[in-house]
Design a protein around this ligand. Structure first.
Ligand SMILES: Nc1ncnc2c1ncn2[C@@H]1O[C@H](COP(=O)(O)OP(=O)(O)OP(=O)(O)O)[C@@H](O)[C@H]1O
Ligand SMILES: [Mg+2]
Length: 290
């Protein structure tokens, strides 16, 4: 029909397929060679086949590139989702915990205090979901405000002290500065949260988690230490990389990658000292506001 429409009479037809992964994805069709009485020679076929194979390779490369772009995009979304889901669990557990406490609490003032915490944690969940949307829109990830160091540490302690003690660990905290810092308090609390979670996972019952804040030159320094097993030698070099995990079931290996990202966003530094069987200390420094 095509020949008819083009008003062509086919003499000889050369048809060469394009292959991709053993499937024919297209073909070149040549008809009616001019000269040579309309016939394609052996050499013509070799030439056309070679052109077809170049085109096939081009198509194949394009397809692979498209697939790679798609896979990269999926894995970026996957990474982000695991980060968010990872951190959403903590406020959710806090809400469960404090609602439980409220149910058993007769004192009205204490109940109110718990209700406030639940309220804050719901706000936190809400903000974290906003983070996801901001990330998807490519917006910046931290919202720094001028914040007193002692308030940061006290609020954190208030939120977790009871829970840690109930789980059978000791919790000590101290603030040795009246300075302010320029931080996103929710994000820094998430940093403390992730480091504390690791610390508790590395300790036997009776171990001590310590959070200290102080000053050194123009920095505020937070020391978060535990008396646990120490960081396994084989992962110390890659500790802050994503998906590096060791010795726990269900560990995603994202906790410390998130920590590093948030500290970098604050132009801060994080160092770690760890001794097998003795414990671990994370030292975080963030520029102080004068
Ligand atoms: N305080 C610590 N004491 C001993 N080992 C630690 C400590 N902190 C981290 N680690 C080690 O570093 C690894 C990486 O920690 P990270 O928080 O990034 O991931 P994870 O804890 O394995 O997973 P997730 O945070 O999702 O539960 C842990 O698996 C653990 O082996
Ligand atoms: Mg962790």
């Amino acid at each position: 029909d095509i020949y008819k429409a083009l008003k062509l009479t086919a003499g000889q037809v050369a048809c060469i397929p394009f292959n991709s992964e053993d499937k024919i994805t297209g073909f070149i069709e040549l008809i009616n060679k001019t000269g040579d009485h309309g016939y394609f020679s052996e050499n013509d076929t070799i030439m056309i086949t070679s052109i077809a194979s170049q085109i096939s390779r081009g198509i194949e490369n394009y397809r692979l590139k498209e697939e790679k772009i798609k896979a990269d995009r999926l894995s970026a979304i996957g990474n982000m989702m695991s980060t968010i889901v990872h951190d959403l669990r903590t406020p959710m557990n806090n809400i469960y915990g404090f609602v439980d406490l409220m149910l058993d609490e007769d004192d009205r003032d204490t109940r109110e205090e718990y209700a406030e915490i639940v309220n804050d944690q719901i706000k936190l969940l809400n903000n974290m979901t906003t983070d996801v949307l901001d990330f998807a829109k490519g917006k910046t990830t931290i919202l720094p405000v001028k914040h007193p160091v002692d308030k940061l540490v006290k609020n954190f302690a208030k939120l977790f002290e009871e829970d840690i003690k109930r789980k059978g660990y000791k919790f000590e905290w101290s603030v040795d500065t009246a300075s302010m810092i320029y931080i996103d308090p929710e994000k820094i609390s998430r940093v403390f949260m992730n480091i504390m979670k690791n610390a508790l996972e590395a300790m036997e019952k009776g171990g001590t988690f310590r959070l200290q804040a102080g000053e050194a030159a123009d920095m505020i320094v937070f020391n978060l230490s535990d008396t646990g097993s120490g960081i396994p030698e084989e992962i110390r070099e890659r500790l802050f990389d994503s998906f590096v995990t060791s010795g726990k079931e269900g560990g995603t290996g994202l906790g410390l990658a998130i920590v590093k990202k948030v500290i970098d966003d604050h132009k801060g530094q994080i160092e770690v000292e760890s001794e097998t069987g003795k414990g671990t200390t994370f030292k975080i420094s963030i520029p102080r506001l004068k």
